[in-house]
Design a protein. Sequence first.
Length: 252
Amino acid sequence: MQTITFIGNGNMALSIARGLKGKYNIEVVGRELKKLDRFESDLETQIDKYVLKDFDITDKTVLLCVKPANVEEVGKLLKGKARVLFSVLAGTSLEKLKKHIKTKAVVRAMPNLAASVGASITTLTGDHRFQQEAQSLLGAVGDTLWLNSEKEIDIATALAGSGPAYLALVAEALADGAVKQGLKREDAMAVMRGLFNGFGRLIQEVHPALLKDRVMSPGGTTAAGYSALEGGNVRAACIDAVEAAYNKAKEL
């Protein structure tokens, strides 16, 4: 099996590794052996572990999963030139990655937290020679979409990468609304989870506007609730959230 070298051992690295285990040999490079041991335990499979100091990446397939602010520091602790670098760092340009980490090719990837359950939507861009390999690698944790520019992947980061947090806010708020009206907390949470599970399937087949129209009958309960959402500027707030996240990605 091909070996994938993870640089970084945080939550995203673990999510992706869960999708890749059994399909690739996994080695992980991190700052502390204790955290690497915990990573291996959480992954529930044996991996090769290395402390990040003069680690040789020569001709390796590297998956970079560190914090964007740490790219320069991490680059100084690596030696050699990678075969290809796949980076999941938000807002970190191809130019910056090449500047600090020696590699023959770079592909930026933006998965989201659903990678841990094999349901990520991962956007990709970079060296076209590695498009197929990138889609095969990240396809192990969900769907992939190759984009033609870094601007597009930064926008997609604001939508799909940050999106789970937006939807988590909506999910919590809807459950709180049901509790406010008198539904038990555990029942509200069960209904909310069922709602999101079913909606996730429906949205694959039906345009959001058409889906909304199917649910909303004249003068009905949905119309009343939908009007309240519009009154609270929920639509505008969602649009603004994507814009704010995109602008932040450009700053990183």
